[in-house]
Design a protein around this ligand. Structure first.
Ligand code: BTN
Length: 315
């Protein structure tokens, strides 16, 4: 109902009487007033004038449920979105509800109190950033789950580069997204599966959107810092989720080779001499390629070795 009222106010762009709205959507004028009150509480600035009615002055730039659902044009991703002002971790939240949710449900939060990064690290999650987890249920064997990380980093990098041509975002293996060599986003993929079947995959993406430098490490940046202006969280989420939807559909159609090709086109790691600190070992060599599950193929002296996870630095 609220989104219908918004639609009417938006289309009109001027004052619309409570009576006109009530007729158009078939509810009482008192009910219209109640919804308008609720919308104001959600951050919509709606002016009202006696004898003229209501006028939408400004929509909030917060991830408000139906604001995004109204704007979003997707088939699978974000058909249901759960919004939070604060959670411990959107990945935790997503895992709690994953079994009951459909493929493509998304959890979004404006901040996290216990954001988690790769390899047991903390992911500092202040206000200004946006924290998103995707619940995915593709029909694939568990060993292919890392491919969803490729899908996710590709979707993010493509959506960033479509938002602003000058950004030139790149993917640092395995799944960091960088702008001018500085980290703007990290991805944490978690899997629930038995031997041959996936129950669900949760892909968590943290993006430094409007984060200020004092809330970032030296090696980090934010979209606001790069674009030198505030970035609308709703517009960003629209662009990211729509791109995610199209890359994910491509993936479900079996087009992993195309996804890998595009991932490589956007890679900041391939072709460079790198040092990789793994869990137990450190490798140094030329980053030659990735395999179809996203493992890095490293040329070390005359041998090629596959590395499945680690932290990359340039040599
Ligand atoms: C990394 O670079 O180490 C990965 C960081 C992943 C952070 C995101 S924020 C949304 C989701 N919820 C979490 O607790 N972590 C991921």
């Amino acid at each position: 109902m609220k989104s219908k009222i918004l639609e009417i106010l938006e289309n009109k762009g001027n004052y619309v009487s409570g009576e006109e709205i009530s007729k158009e959507i078939g509810i009482s004028r008192a009910a219209v007033w109640k919804h308008v009150k609720k919308l104001r509480e959600l951050g919509y600035e709606i002016d009202s004038k006696t004898n003229e009615g209501y006028k939408l002055i400004r929509s909030p730039d917060r991830p408000v449920e139906f604001e995004l659902e109204r704007m979003l044009d997707t088939k699978i991703i974000g058909k249901k979105i759960l919004f939070f002002e604060e959670v411990d971790s959107t990945n935790n939240k997503a895992k709690q509800i994953a079994l009951e949710e459909n493929d493509g449900t998304v959890v979004v939060s404006e901040m996290q109190t216990s954001g988690r990064g790769r390899r047991g690290r903390e992911w500092h999650s202040p206000k200004g950033g946006v924290y998103v987890s995707f619940i995915l249920k593709p029909n694939i064997p568990p060993e292919k789950a890392p491919q969803l990380t490729l899908v996710s980093s590709l979707a993010l990098v493509e959506s960033l580069n479509a938002m602003n041509n000058g950004l030139n975002a790149k993917i640092k293996w395995p799944n960091d997204v960088l702008i001018r060599g500085k980290k703007v986003s990290g991805i944490l993929t978690e899997l629930s599966a038995d031997m041959e079947k996936i129950n669900y995959i949760v892909v968590g993406v943290g993006v430094n959107l409007n984060t200020d430098q004092n809330n970032l490490p030296e090696t980090g940046t934010s979209l606001k810092l790069e674009m030198k202006k505030d970035v609308s969280v709703n517009l960003f989420l629209k662009s990211f989720l729509e791109k995610y939807d199209s890359v994910y559909q491509k993936y479900l159609d079996g087009d992993i080779n195309q996804i890998i090709k595009l991932w490589k086109d956007n890679s900041d790691t391939l072709g460079k001499n790198v040092k990789i600190i793994g869990i137990n070992e450190t490798y140094e060599g030329l980053a030659k390629d990735i395999d179809e599950n996203g493992a890095l193929i490293l040329q070390v002296d005359n041998k090629e070795i596959k590395v499945y996870s680690g932290d990359v630095s340039l040599r």
